[in-house]
Design a protein around this ligand. Structure first.
Ligand SMILES: [Zn+2]
Length: 303
């Protein structure tokens, strides 16, 4: 099954007519996760025809406006549309108070179950898990308490080689056990090794979302060998001095993290508005790491 990432917004600071603040949707194993929720996210969701009702989990990295000012609007639109499905919001401590105060002042109360999962740990924490995937925090280094998120598929069952199983005279009733990796006896009582009758499942995919953060090699062991890394690159090296004050990264630093963590693909985003062309970010990153993609509002990546 494909993993699909849709960028709703990938620009830093203030929204403009053509650039939207951070929000993205990750589709993984039947789940649709909303990651960050900058101003205007609900309009972007409509523009790219993403069904509101499929969003059950929203992950907020930190409480800077360009990452969560769209959340109260989205939550109240869900209310106006008569949503019934549960909604889980994961974000820094304080997020519940902020959202509920705004709803309360307007005398709006959600008619659907709304759960806040507030975060304050500085080490990775599992936030959500089922039999197919898990989601955990990646502690980041920013001006306020910030987490990235690591989404990981669990390994699929092994794929049955039906022809081999038939030839080796194995009873149908064993097929599920075989997919789970067991060796089984055939009808003649001979033990058949699992590897003779199955294929490896496709390797599990993973997605690491890291925005906003200063250069932060501490996260490398956690994100090692991740299929796809989204890493902010607010600035280019010529403005590296701004990174210290604002706790952001350059494209070159993002690529250094990608290289050391041996990820498959690096996606850059969270661009400062001061640069003429996004290609400058790709060019600079490729000095450290070859497989670089540029996030753009509305762009979808499939892996
Ligand atoms: Zn920020």
């Amino acid at each position: 099954m494909e993993m699909k990432l849709t960028i709703l917004g990938c620009h830093s600071a203030t929204p403009t007519v053509s650039t939207h603040p951070t929000a993205q949707v990750l589709e993984m194993k039947g789940h649709l996760f909303l990651i960050d929720c900058g101003e205007g996210t609900q309009i972007q969701l409509r523009r790219y025809k993403i069904k509101f009702s499929r969003i059950r989990h929203i992950f907020i990295s930190h409480l800077h406006g360009d990452h969560f000012f769209g959340l109260v609007g989205l939550i109240s639109t869900f209310l106006l549309l008569g949503r019934e499905a549960e909604l889980h919001v994961y974000g820094p401590k304080g997020i519940k108070q902020a959202i509920l105060l705004l709803l309360k002042l307007g005398k709006a109360y959600t008619n659907y179950p709304l759960y806040f999962h507030e975060l304050e740990e500085n080490s990775p924490q599992i936030l959500f898990e089922d039999d197919k995937i898990s989601v955990e925090t990646i502690p980041l280094n920013h001006r306020v308490y910030t987490n990235g998120f690591l989404f990981k598929e669990k390994p699929d069952d092994r794929t049955l080689n039906i022809e081999a199983a038939r030839e080796l005279n194995i009873d149908l009733s064993f097929y599920n056990k075989i997919k789970q990796g067991f060796d089984v006896q055939n009808k003649a009582g001979k033990l058949i090794a699992n590897s003779e009758i199955t294929f490896d499942p496709p390797p599990p995919k993973s997605y690491a979302y890291c925005s906003d953060t200063a250069y932060n090699p501490a996260m490398i062991p956690q994100i090692e060998n991740t299929s796809v890394l989204y890493h902010e690159s607010t600035f280019l090296e010529e403005h590296r001095h701004l990174c210290e004050k604002t706790k952001h990264s350059t494209a070159k630093e993002a690529a250094a993290i990608a290289k050391m963590a041996n990820v498959g693909t690096l996606i850059l985003g969270h661009y400062s508005g001061r640069y003429g062309s996004l290609e400058l970010f790709r060019k600079e990153a490729q000095e450290n790491f070859q497989n670089v993609e540029l996030a753009e509002d509305g762009k979808t990546f499939s892996f």
